[in-house]
Design a protein around this ligand. Sequence first.
Ligand code: ADP
Ligand code: ZN
Length: 711
Amino acid sequence: MIETEQHKYTLLKDIWGYTTFRPSQSEIIDIVMNGGDALVIMPTGGGKSLCFQLPALLLPGLTVVVSPLISLMNDQVQSLKLSGVGVATINSNMNSKEMSAVERLLVIGEIKLLYVSPEKINSPGFSTFLAGLNVSLFAVDEAHCVSVWGNDFRPDYVQLNKIRDTFKHVPFIALTATADDATQKDICAQLHLHEPKIFVSSFERKNITTEARPAEQKFKQIVEFLIKVKDQSGIIYCLSRKETEKMCLKLRQSGYNCDFYHAGMEADDRKRVQMAFQNDSLQFICATIAFGMGIDKSNIRWIIHHSMPKNLEGYYQEIGRSGRDGTPARALLFYSYGDYIMLKRFIDDSPATEEFKNVQYAKLDRMWEFASANECRTNLVLNYFGEYRSEPCKHCDNCLFPPKSTDATVIAQKTLSAVIRCKENVGLNLLIDILRGSYRAEVRDGGYDQIKTFGAGKDISFINWKIYITQLINQGYLRIDFTDHFKLKTTPLTNEVLFSDKKVRLADLTIGEMVVEKEKPKQKKLSPEDGLLKRLKEWRTNLAREKKVPAYVIFSDKVFDNIVESRPSTIAGLLDVEGIGKVKSEQYGQDILAIVQGTNVPHPEIKNEKGNTYTETMLLYQEGMTPSEIAKKRELSETTIYTHLAYLYMKDEPIDMYKYVTDDEVNRVEDGWEKAGKEMALAAVADQLIAPMDFHKIRLALAVIIKKYKK
Ligand code: ADP
Ligand code: ZN
């Protein structure tokens, strides 16, 4: 057991490059390792895949992963392959030749993780084929698809319980990012899980900074935002297909490298855009919500909602596509009362039942409350999803830069009085026109130019009136009557303001800078001309092209940030960087060190396929192996290994030379070396020694001496 515990951490570092588990990961792994079933609810980017990938490497047999999204599968597979894990996929797009190649590898036990699509695993004969292999674990990703309560029900998924029944003694782990209570119960029941332990992590996405702003001068704000985020990847979500095209065109004219995406496009076009985005050849996409399903681009750094989504489920899912790699991301939402009215109309005009519509109305209201809130937005969302918390999140606009409030009693009095004088017979826009003293036909026809409050609010702009009145509605001083053409009506609180001298405070309206503008840039150890990050990314782009994988599969942005931060100069230092495991440092360590040092990266072709030979020796040395053990393992001569150690020592790697030579020996070699006229040839030095010494000792001693002299 203790051994497994240690092994868990060794693998975590070697393969993934991490030193600690995220909350519940370790516990979940233990359950699975002990043969138990588990249901894991963790937000996107929470680290679900590790919960089955790590046990897969610890368990003796094969782990079968069922996932409905081929692109998600491919990313995981490519990423594991790069880390040296035996992994394969089987899906319906493969031909029989490809299939039998995979099957052969499975039979000889070369594969530890097999990714299968649900239709494939349920296909005739597949279960029998699996029964002939030694299956140690089943993992069902996107498990909410098994439940009719979830959003993406897939009949294929329900069939998975047959597999569960066939492989009675193999543990099952089901994972998803979204499942309320009912869905959780349903998943356990549908998949026939055996007394599953359920893990529910917080839905909070701590690395996403959320912000909502009134949709005033939207385009200008978007451009200002884009200037701040530089060349980072992102998505602008628009409400309609036409809007995506319009937005894209305008931004292209402003010089941005973007495209649009919506369900009305030809399949080929959609694929092209998606691929270009995935490969970072497009900076961002203007899209309808059709874009995002199955996208697992982990370095999406920002999401803009050009207008308000229809509910918080959608909003949260959409912003959740950013920051999957755990690095900071931003979500910027624009909202206006116009959006609200339009979404309301969509519901009105839909053919759904009254009951269904009422649910949709209620959801829209919660979305509006969120958008116009002055308090912690994260808590509003978490509360909405049934996770109650009151301490501030510190990563939303309202927490980071709390809105100032001002005494708005007079504004409130003018508004409420106008509502009453108009006999609660006007909607928001008309009321504002009355307050601002407009003589348009509707105002005159209603005789509203005759009331006492007509023109009482000329000094406040139309949009600011809208925002004030929205706040009054949110605070309960007014309400919108949805059953009566959205007219504004009084509430029991109205009279307190008008007749009991109640003070009203509203958020200050001067729309200040966006969070991205207000934030002080983090103090990074960067010199002004520093191009390290850029050079690392260029190297990654080239390698990604060569390997035909998305760039972020090789190293995430976060890993690069860590490298820039710590600037490792040795392999040992590189291994201390979070996110760099043994396998990758073996493959790419020398390249990265060269980039950090500003020297040229050797051309890929002239490099040893297996990575750098010095690095390999270094890694084995770090595992505590002796030179002779390393030589045996690497099928090299011991002399070669000593040469490696001397080289690594000279390169400042933490090699303890005094394990192999004593102080006295070094002194003797130094004498001989000086007598030999500081000649580096081993034989020449050996000739000058008072007593014979092994050549490898002379070699190591010389390294110590030269380094000392260099200093
Ligand atoms: P999910 O499947 O839940 O959306 P992933 O499994 O893709 O999330 O993990 C999201 C990111 O978090 C990945 O970049 C992953 O490497 C990283 N990650 C996972 N576990 C850890 C950990 N223990 N320490 C640091 N990073 C981790
Ligand atoms: Zn907050």
